[in-house]
Design a protein around this ligand. Sequence first.
Ligand SMILES: [Zn+2]
Length: 101
Amino acid sequence: MDMTVLACEGCQMLAIPPKYVCPHCYSEELVETKVSGAGRIYSYTTIHVPPERFAAHAPYHIVLVDLDEGPRVTGRLLEGEPVIAQRVELQRVDDSIYWFK
Ligand SMILES: [Zn+2]
């Protein structure tokens, strides 16, 4: 599934919203652009004591995904246990949560 990210007009660096300046060159000229939503799990952490709104989900995993286009995004796995370097793809975005599979 395509995913909308921000591309810096100055240096083309991609950033995950919300961002107001480019993390690379500090330009404020950011435009929305599409990336594939595919990437690889860089790391993950297991949440045992979640914020109240996610209490029913615990324990669950937060995954850090390095997208093929470069940016690192925080998301959740729809199913299964995360494995470092596992290939994943964005399935949907709910309430600013990126769900990967
Ligand atoms: Zn930039």
